[in-house]
Design a protein around this ligand. Structure first.
Ligand code: HEC
Length: 121
């Protein structure tokens, strides 16, 4: 029984079961949070505008992987400080033939991101 070839599979399975268990616990915790958010949205007016306003800074997490942590360039070019209108245009239409694909963000989200990025240096 030395080097039983099944052992790695059992380890992976044990890991998988552990992960599922962990995720279901996480999910149960989030459920309350999600439920309370829903309430807020219905009781508090202007929640949507507040979200859009705060969004830009958080939404750029999508861009950081390619444009660098401070958006001054990585695999993609520096985008910090660019014209907001240009950024919205690139987000919605993309740049053909490059990893900058169209529709990464659209509408209010694109605008929030663009406003935030154009305010950077
Ligand atoms: C998968 C990688 C990737 C992601 C994710 C990504 N970009 Fe890009 N982006 C690029 C690349 C590469 C280019 C340069 C394309 C070229 O060669 O012209 C680019 C170009 C741009 C340009 C044009 C720059 C200029 O000088 O005109 C803007 C604006 C831009 N990205 C904004 C964003 C924003 C905002 C996000 C996040 C919502 C984002 N990108 C996410 C890869 C990415």
């Amino acid at each position: 029984m030395k080097n039983n070839p099944i052992i790695p599979y059992i380890l992976i399975m044990a890991f998988g079961i552990g992960l599922i268990f962990f995720m279901s616990l996480e999910g149960a915790g989030n459920e309350k949070e999600i439920a309370s958010h829903g309430e807020e949205a219905t009781t508090e007016e202007g929640g949507a505008t507040a979200d859009a306003g705060a969004g830009g800074e958080e939404l750029v997490s999508t861009c950081i992987g390619c444009h660098g942590g401070d958006l001054t360039g990585g695999m993609g070019p520096k985008i910090a400080g660019l014209d907001a209108e240009h950024i919205v245009d690139v987000l919605e239409n993309g740049i053909e033939g490059t990893p900058m694909t169209p529709g990464l963000k659209t509408g209010a989200e694109a605008q929030a991101i663009a406003d935030y990025i154009s305010s950077l240096k």
